[in-house]
Ligand binder design. Structure first.
Ligand SMILES: NC(=O)c1ccc[n+]([C@@H]2O[C@H](COP(=O)([O-])OP(=O)(O)OC[C@H]3O[C@@H](n4cnc5c(N)ncnc54)[C@H](OP(=O)(O)O)[C@@H]3O)[C@@H](O)[C@H]2O)c1
Length: 303
């Protein structure tokens, strides 16, 4: 693929800092891109040539060209620009595989998404709301609160001023699922807020990975504590996740039920500035790197 845009993810910052053991096999940064297929290998159809696509990668997306397993490609959803498409794969694959593949998140049930204005959070809020799930989410500033409300969040909690467990309890809200990126600091409260049969899905541990745990809520409420790391999944699992995305999530983009949330697009040579943006955490949604602004758009997609 010739790369048009690459998504910047929190994992890239962790990898740069030498804090991502799972990344040892692929040293270069970049977990997702959009672009155009310029060459195909054995077993991949010639019909891919010239197509505008997005791709999930084990690394190496901050580049002008990448080699991709064909099953890890998806078409650019109709109506989405090829630049915005550079930030779709990592978040949609993470959200779909954790919220929907282990079981259905029923319409009308509550989901708590921590960090609703993050790349992951903005996608989780939208996909769940589009399926009729009621979404509560935590954010770190009032402008982020307005942003996630616009994406469909029904209850927004400013974690710098409010305690999410108190806010949910006061309203009698017992989520069916909590999608957590905070880890240690939130572990016990996440278990306390879940309703009967609820599921805590840990996909990040920004406050630390180790915490004491009171197991009592698991027994009392028949809870499940789980988690996953997309990058570490074997290829055949990623194949299935991407096939599911194209079937179930891409139509939501194509109908306008959900939208890409691109916060900023920087040239590839300003990758360091893009990392600083994420570190400062004023961004809402995705930060992208543009590989080559002069690349003509492929047929059927718009830049
Ligand atoms: N397991 C997986 O497969 C997988 C895949 C992709 C991403 N992830 C994880 O998902 C997380 C988000 O990734 P991203 O790339 O979307 O990063 P990002 O856009 O940089 O988002 C990080 C978010 O964390 C929020 N945050 C920090 N402390 C918080 C707290 N105490 N309570 C609530 N929110 C808090 C920040 O918001 P404020 O600054 O406003 O608080 C910010 O929105 C990362 O932890 C990443 O490692 C996991």
């Amino acid at each position: 693929m010739r790369v048009v845009a690459a998504g910047v993810n929190r994992a890239d910052l962790m990898q740069r800092a030498g804090n991502y053991p799972g990344a040892a096999a692929v040293a270069d940064l970049g977990l997702e891109v959009s672009g155009v297929v310029v060459s195909v290998g054995d077993g991949a159809g010639d019909d891919l040539l010239g197509r505008g696509v997005c791709a999930l990668l084990p690394g190496g997306g901050y580049a002008e060209y990448v080699a991709v397993r064909a099953a890890h490609l998806a078409p650019v959803p109709a109506g989405v620009s090829i630049v915005d498409a550079g930030g779709l794969m990592e978040a949609t694959a993470t959200v779909w595989s954790n919220l929907y593949m282990p079981g259905k998140l029923e319409p009308g049930s509550w989901l708590l998404v921590h960090g609703g204005a993050s790349g992951i959070g903005a996608t989780a809020v939208q996909i769940a709301a589009a399926h009729g799930v009621r979404v509560a989410t935590t954010v770190g500033s009032p402008d982020k609160a307005g942003f996630v409300e616009g994406l469909g969040a029904e209850l927004v909690i400013d974690h710098r001023r409010q305690d999410f467990a108190d806010e949910l309890r006061d309203r009698g809200i017992r989520p069916a699922v909590v999608l957590d990126i905070v880890g240690a600091d939130y572990l016990q409260r996440n278990l306390q807020v879940l309703g009967r049969g609820g599921r805590l899905v840990v996909i990040g541990h920004q406050s630390g990975a180790k915490a004491p745990i009171d197991l009592e809520p698991l027994l009392r409420n028949n809870l499940t504590l789980t988690g996953s790391g997309l990058r570490m999944r074997p290829d055949h699992e990623k194949d299935q996740i991407i096939a599911d995305l194209v079937q179930h999530v891409w139509p939501l983009y194509e109908s306008g039920a959900i939208v890409p949330t691109t916060h900023a697009v920087l040239p590839l040579e300003r990758a360091a500035d893009a990392h600083r943006l994420l570190e400062q955490s004023h961004h809402r949604g995705k930060v992208l790197l543009l590989a080559d602004p002069d690349l003509p758009p492929p047929p059927g997609s718009r830049r």
